[in-house]
Structure formats: C-alpha cells, structure tokens
Design a protein around this ligand. Structure first.
Ligand code: PHE
Length: 334
C-alpha cells in the first residue's frame, strides 16, 4: 500500500527521473520482481489480496513511466531544441483551382462589372421551374430538346436541365429591374462523349427592365466576348428556344490563323458559344411581371465549352477525371 502511494505521488522532471523510477520498480532487479518472488511465501488466505495489490502497483508504475515519457519527449521537441534553423523548409504543396471554377469565376467577374448579381438555386427542381414557367407546358415537343433525368417515378421532380430554373425563381422573388446571372451544375440524359456529358455547368443571364431591347442584348454579348476571349466579332443566328422570342445562337469569330482554328471551327472561323433571346412575354407573365411594362433578354452558355475553347481542351471528360497531370496545368491561373 505504501508503495502504491509512492507510485501515485511520483513526479518526473527529467528523463533521468523516469529512468531511476523505472529501475527501482520495473527492472529485473526492481521492487516488483522482488515482490513477485515473495508471492510464493504468502499464506494462501492472503494470496488473492496480495496478488491484486501487486498487479495494481505494476500497472500504476507502468502507466507513470509511459505518461512521463510521452510528456517529456513532446516538450523537448517543442521547446527544448529549435533544430537546425538553416534547414530548408518542407515544400508546401499548393493545389490548383479546377478549370471549371476558373472560368465560372471569370464569367462572374465580367458580368458583375456591368451590374449583374449572382443567383443560385436547387439542382433538384420541380417541373414548374424547369419547364412549365419557361413556356414549356406538358407535352410540348420542345421538352425533348432536353433529355431529362427524373427522380424516381415522380415526373414532377427532376434534375434541372438548365439554370433557367434559377431565373424563374429569381423573378418570383424580385421585382424589376433584374440583372442576374446563375452559374450552376445541370444534368441531361445524354451519351457521354468527347463533346458532351450528362453532367455539366452553365451560366445563364437575365436582364429585365423597361425598354430593354435586342440591341442591349447584342452589346452586352459583344462586351462579354471581348472581355472573355479578346475577340470582338460576333454574329447572331436565328434559333428557337421556348422561353425567348426572338431567339438566337451566338457565334464568335475565332479566326483561321492556326491549324487548331481550322479544326475547331470546321474551317469556317466561326464558333458557337451560347444561346440567347428576348424573354418571351409568357415567361414574364408566369412570374407575375407585366410584359406591357417590362421587357428583357436572357442568355445561356456551357462553362465546359468556354473552358475548352479558352484552354484548348480536346475532351470534355478530362474535367471530371481528376487526373492531377491535367489539373496541375492550371496552377498558374487564378
Ligand atoms: N436554357 C438554354 C439551354 O440550356 C440556354 C438559353 C438561355 C437560351 C437563355 C436562350 C436564353 O440550352
């Protein structure tokens, strides 16, 4: 009992203290060994109690040694020695931003300079926000343009096929003037190939105010392509979207200076980069905005496509493979 008390009270200040303690109690010639030898001579009636006390003592002594060893080793490492101060530091591995993030941030930056806010919405959408409010009522043939992933068997709940759904939500919650872009992930049930994927990213934009005209749209697109690509020649080709009227496809003139230019523009010099148009009056009505007072334009682009053009990435699948040899190439870009 006395010894148990001694062990409990033991306090080591140096490594030598622990070693002395260890030799006294736990070494071959230590007290514990002596006591275990003595165990033989203990009267059978007292054996149980003696044995238990002995074990308690042994464990307590061992615990003390471990405790102080750990503590003293850590403190010498922390405070005791500074080591070799001239040793070169460990290199800090810097990660890199994903090219999708880089391009999304660039697009946000370009549009925020002309007053656009950024809005976001859910990736799991209902039919109203993804289709119906956008002038795509049930059974409208244009729904087939967007191969939709439905959630389970409920046709009302789906993975959004574009971020136009965010703009519907924005119109429901804000009064014009509205100037917002919505970046985000979208989903389409498409075969995966070098040019298309079932998951990709979009930035869509919406501008609603009094007297917004097609000329405003065109000027904004020109500003965007200049800032983004350094190209100042665009053309608008008539197209169709249910939510805009008139609608157009935007091409930029990429030029025909290199062999790659020939390849990616199929020899024409022109490259399609987004869809756009004047917001259909029905879409405004669906969001309780009076089309007799307000007009607006909208546009939408795929971030992957823009990134592929900017960085000459030949295959869309590279964005999702997380191959560090690919990702590391974007280290210098912020
Ligand atoms: N929502 C369209 C798409 O995903 C893009 C678009 C947006 C077209 C706005 C016109 C106007 O393809």
């Amino acid at each position: 009992k006395e010894l148990i008390g001694e062990v409990a009270a033991f306090n080591a200040k140096t490594k030598e203290d622990i070693e002395t303690f260890r030799i006294k109690f736990l070494s071959k010639k230590g007290l514990l060994n002596d006591l275990f030898t003595e165990f033989k001579n203990v009267a059978p009636a007292e054996r149980k109690e003696f044995g238990q006390a002995l074990n308690t003592l042994k464990n307590a002594a061992q615990d003390k040694v471990n405790l102080f060893k750990d503590a003293l080793e850590n403190t010498t490492e922390q405070k005791g020695s500074y080591g070799d101060l001239t040793r070169p530091s460990e290199p800090i591995e810097l990660g890199s931003r994903h090219p999708i993030s880089i391009v999304r941030n660039k697009i946000i930056d370009v549009f925020s300079r002309i007053g656009f806010t950024v809005s976001e919405g859910p990736e799991i959408e209902d039919d109203w926000h993804n289709f119906t409010a956008l002038n795509l009522p049930a059974y409208h043939p244009a729904r087939d343009m967007q191969d939709t992933f439905f959630i389970e068997t409920n046709p009302d709940i789906l993975l959004r096929t574009h971020t136009s759904s965010v703009q519907v939500r924005y119109m429901e919650n804000h009064k014009p003037p509205i100037r917002t872009i919505s970046p985000g992930r979208v989903f389409r049930n498409e075969d995966i190939s070098a040019r298309s994927h079932c998951i990709f990213h979009q930035v869509e934009g919406l501008y609603i105010d009094t007297d917004v005209s097609f000329a405003d749209l065109k000027q904004t697109l020109l500003y965007f392509t200049k800032e983004m690509f350094g190209k100042s020649k665009i053309r608008l080709r008539p197209s169709y979207f249910p939510f805009t009227e008139p609608s157009a496809e935007v091409d930029i003139y990429w030029g025909l200076e290199t062999e790659t230019d020939y390849k990616i523009t199929k020899g024409t010099g022109w490259l399609e980069i987004m869809g756009c148009g004047m917001v259909d009056p029905n879409v405004l009505k669906n969001a309780s905005i009076d089309p007799d007072v307000y007009t607006g334009y909208a546009f939408g682009m795929g971030i992957e496509r823009i990134a592929m053009l900017l960085y000459q990435i030949p295959d869309i699948r590279m964005f999702y493979e997380n191959d560090v040899r690919f990702l590391e190439q974007f280290k210098s870009v912020i």
